[in-house]
Design a protein around this ligand. Structure first.
Ligand code: ADP
Ligand code: MG
Length: 615
């Protein structure tokens, strides 16, 4: 059984583009779902939520172009008026008045409407896409997050989302706005003289042809730029997260070189895009067109088919092509980048994860009995998964824990202890066999109910940049201050918290407030006291604690383990000795199970570990 991401047939991308059967650990109910079958459809379905704004943008753009076309037409009329009767000031004033009026309406109403609408669509879509992406990321399985680089993910969540906004403003705004400028000469030129449609028509054909080939050239380049940006971000995050290691090994210079390399890669991709943009030919074509149009209209004038005013109007109309031609150069690249970004965001959203939420699943107060039945599991490292002898993390694990027992899991590093913990709350799903909690397979539990009643405290405790109180109350947002303080007392954390200047209101990570490993552990224990889980798993949770606080922690753990099933993954003899049950792990298999005295007699593996720890 494939456990994690479903890979494309050709394995080009670890994602699928199908959204039909999207599973997620949780989905926030929304009455509206976008069409996720492709980047363009996805963008359109998002945009379709703002139909009125779209209409506003279109009307604004069309009106703006129409009044822009009125300018040369009216100028031509003015010439006619003056050449017919130079003294006709009233006629001239009338035309001038019309020009002023049309341009006022254009600038104050229509352009503003177009810009306001496209800006609104852009901003709202950015917000919607951000929400959608965050909800989707929060719902992905751990297998998915294991396979992601933080830097690339951040690049997608920040910059690519931003590109969607820019795609609408200025991108689509200019495309729509300028498209109308392309149409106006086609409609108006033949009203001057039928033959005059020739140059605009030729230009329009050439324009479409050239823009199409420009876009197909631009597309892979725009995608490259987005990809290189993600890659640069990956390097950046590694450089920052790993800064201690880098400094420790005095590798700053080499790391800087590597980062500079990634930056150069991004710059090169951008320059390639600039190069493609610079070779945009319609600008050249525009000059030729205006010369040809001028010649054509002069020929018609000489043959007496049109007047001076018509020549002026027509050549003024041809100037309208300047805007779409100029705007196309960067407007289309915005749209192209937007689509490339949409594709990258959709890849994340559509990546399938197999951990189902199972909302209809079993949901009851948990007793805490845990049974492993012949469990096999392996981490999906992108290679062929679960090959016998290669890459299997856990094999044929079976044991039974009664509700309320304290279980010590011991074994060397890498023997699979933490993995066992992660299978109990379905951070990962087993590949073979089953994990039962209260006699029900964890996959048949409602995932939320299962996780709510199980707490895992890991060695590496994550604290949010929020107040101490908020960190303790994280799993239990409705907890009162009294409850939080009681939990902190029970976890022996109260005193050191009061040692901070602002006590429980101290924001962790701010103004140099950092916590030692032991303090972090105690905050995590306080979290566990507060949520009162039926099953508590302490994964090496006391390894970072100095011996001075050890006794107090020991007491805290004894207290917290009362009345609940507790797994202690530990090296501490004091904890192992008093456990009801000890599971000895060795290279992904259970080497022995039993109580301390029993194991000392029967299990050489346990004796071995025990004597080694004792030293
Ligand atoms: P322990 O907690 O006993 O030290 P773990 O359960 O953490 O051992 O790890 C068991 C094995 O699984 C190790 O070989 C480890 O390298 C591997 N492993 C642990 N976590 C992952 C992961 N997220 N992806 C791939 N392999 C992993
Ligand atoms: Mg571990």
């Amino acid at each position: 059984m494939r456990r994690t991401l479903i890979l494309d047939e050709n394995r080009v991308s670890p994602y699928t583009n199908l959204s039909m059967s999207m599973h997620s650990e949780f989905d926030i109910d929304r009455d509206w779902q976008p069409d996720r079958r492709g980047p363009v459809r996805w963008i359109l379905s998002h945009a379709s939520r703002y139909k009125l704004w779209m209409v506003g943008m279109l009307v604004g753009a069309l009106g703006n172009a129409a009044l822009a076309a009125a300018l040369p037409v009216l100028t031509g009329r003015a010439f006619d008026v003056v050449s017919a009767r130079p003294s006709d000031l009233a006629g001239l004033a009338q035309v001038a008045g019309l020009i002023v009026l049309s341009q006022l309406v254009r600038g104050l109403a229509l352009q503003m409407m177009r810009n306001l609408c496209s800006e609104t669509i852009g901003q709202r879509m950015e917000r919607d896409v951000r929400d959608e992406l965050y909800i989707s990321l929060a719902g992905k399985s751990m297998s998915f997050h294991d396979s992601q680089s933080t830097g690339d993910l951040m690049a997608r969540a920040t910059n690519d989302v931003r590109e969607i906004n820019m795609m609408f403003n200025p991108g689509v705004n200019l495309v729509v706005g300028s498209a109308n400028f392309l149409l106006m000469p086609i409609f108006i030129a033949p009203t001057i003289h039928l033959h005059l449609i020739l140059t605009p028509l030729v230009y329009l054909g050439a324009y479409f042809f050239l823009v199409r080939s420009y876009l197909s050239e631009l597309r892979p380049v725009a995608e490259d730029v987005r990809r290189m940006f993600g890659w640069m971000n990956t390097r950046l995050v590694e450089a920052i997260e790993g800064v201690e290691t880098v400094k420790g090994a005095a590798q700053e210079e080499r790391e800087v070189e590597r980062f500079v390399g990634a930056v150069a890669g991004w710059r090169d991709a951008y320059l390639t895009q600039a190069d493609v943009e610079a070779r945009f030919i319609p600008l050249l074509l525009l000059g030729l067109l205006q010369a040809a149009g001028f010649a054509h209209s002069l020929l018609l004038f000489r043959s007496g088919a049109i007047g001076v005013g018509d020549v002026i109007s027509f050549n003024g109309l041809l100037l309208l092509f300047g805007f779409p031609t100029f705007a196309a150069q960067f407007a289309y690249s915005r749209v192209s980048s937007g689509i490339a970004s949409a594709r990258r965001i959709l890849e994340l959203i559509n990546a399938r994860t197999e951990l189902g939420q199972n909302e209809a699943g079993y949901d009851a107060p948990m007793e805490g009995a845990v049974v492993f039945q012949d469990v096999t599991f392996c981490y999906d490292t992108g290679e062929e998964t679960c090959q016998p002898d290669a890459g299997v993390t856990l094999e044929q694990i079976s044991f039974r824990v009664e509700s309320g027992q304290t279980v010590a899991v011991v074994g060397q590093t890498g023997s699979g202890k933490s993995t066992i913990a992660k299978l109990i709350n379905r951070t990962y799903d087993v590949d073979g066999g089953g994990v039962l909690v209260d006699g029900v397979d964890v996959r048949d539990w409602n995932l939320e109910a299962l996780r709510r009643q199980i707490s895992i405290i890991e060695q590496d405790i994550f604290l949010f940049s929020r107040t101490v109180a908020e960190n303790i109350g994280f799993g239990c947002p409705e907890a009162t201050r009294e409850q939080i303080e009681a939990a902190a007392r029970a976890a022996q954390a109260h005193e050191f918290i009061l040692g901070f200047k602002e006590g429980y209101e101290t924001v962790i990570g701010e103004r140099g407030v950092t916590l030692s490993g032991g303090q972090r552990q105690r905050l995590a224990l306080a979290r566990a006291f507060l949520t009162q889980p039926a099953i508590l798993i302490l994964d090496d949770a006391t390894s970072a604690i100095d011996s001075e606080t050890e006794d107090r922690i020991q007491r805290a753990i004894e207290r917290v383990s009362q009345g609940r099933t507790t797994f202690l993954i530990t090296h501490r003899l004091s904890q192992i000795r008093w456990a009801d049950l000890i599971i000895v792990m060795r290279q992904g298999r259970v080497a022995a199970v039993g109580a301390h005295e029993e194991l000392l007699e029967t299990s050489p593996a346990y004796r071995n570990i025990f004597t080694r720890y004792e030293r």
